[in-house]
Design a protein around this ligand. Structure first.
Ligand code: ADP
Ligand code: MG
Length: 276
């Protein structure tokens, strides 16, 4: 049974922040899992050569496994590369292998280097729609940089979801991310907007966490989800069992917070405003 409404059209989220360790991958896989467990059709695109999203979703990504590298560099159809998540019905994954580390450089000399993911994804989404099997949500997990892989994600996406870790210096570096998103918006993808900010690793007991949360809310206003993700051992344990926290311990506070964040995302009629 479907517990969340299907969006009017496929929503494509880019989970981005050039800082590492802020919760991008954790957010991408757990929001995706939450939406799929509520009955929606969801695709995760792992765009980080580390392949952490593939790991958490129990998808093989050993070196040489065909994945997003083949899509970007060789132009292979996504249809041949996407795999179902074995543990969560309705969730599929385009895996990343370490081969992708070379793509950042190989892409430089290819034609249409910024739009290759967009082309491949749009063709795939159209195929699914024609087959009567429309995808509701796409989540693209970005690497911790603003290079060509992230640019490909920003060109393919419609909404940017920025996870922000509740720690000192949380907003540092975000100016650069926002400027890059604005550049892509102006030159390559007029449909792109920052729509969603998610506070991660929040510790309600510390003044630091609530101070950062207040600062982020002042800066980004109602783009910030009401739900903040708590710092939780269960969330950090789950990937070592190739699980999301939703399948690993679905009654934990971490699982419940990601379910609630996914509900907010699905309910928000977050209309694309101008980027920034
Ligand atoms: P990124 O993709 O931005 O590099 P990750 O999602 O991989 O960040 O998270 C970095 C580390 O923090 C991982 O070890 C992850 O398991 C852990 N982590 C993420 N979110 C939480 C949380 N809410 N509570 C505890 N640990 C977390
Ligand atoms: Mg990551």
């Amino acid at each position: 049974t479907r517990e969340l409404e299907r969006p009017a059209d496929t929503r494509i989220f880019v989970v981005a922040n050039q800082k590492g360790g802020v919760g991008k991958t954790t957010t991408a896989v757990n929001i995706a899992a939450a939406l799929a467990l509520k009955g929606l059709r969801v695709l995760v695109i792992d765009l980080d050569p580390q392949g952490n999203a593939s790991t958490a979703l129990n998808i093989d990504h050993t070196e040489g496994t065909p994945g997003v590298y083949e899509a970007l560099v060789d132009g292979t159809d996504l249809d041949e590369l996407i795999r179902p998540c074995p543990d969560i019905p309705g969730l599929t994954v385009l895996p990343a292998t370490i081969d992708l580390a070379g793509a950042e450089i190989e892409l430089v000399s290819l034609v249409a280097r910024e739009t290759r993911l967009d082309k491949a994804l749009q063709a795939y989404l159209a195929e699914c729609k024609d087959a009567g099997d429309r995808i509701d949500y796409v989540l693209i997990d970005c690497p911790p940089s603003l290079g060509l892989l992230t640019v490909n994600a920003l060109v393919a996406g419609r909404e940017v979801l920025i996870p922000i870790q509740c720690e000192y210096y949380a907003l540092e570096g975000l100016g650069q991310l926002v400027r890059n998103i604005d550049l892509v918006h102006r030159h390559l993808n007029p449909n792109l907007a920052i729509t969603t900010i998610l506070l991660t690793m929040h510790d309600a007991r510390t003044r630091l966490s609530s101070g950062v949360a207040d600062e982020v809310r002042n800066h980004f206003g109602d783009k910030v989800l009401r739900t903040a993700i708590p710092r939780s051992v269960r969330i950090s344990e789950a990937p070592s069992y190739q699980q999301t926290v939703l399948t690993y311990d679905r009654t934990s506070s971490g699982a419940l917070s990601y379910l609630e964040a996914a509900r907010e995302i699905s309910e928000a009629a977050r209309k694309a405003r101008s980027a920034g």
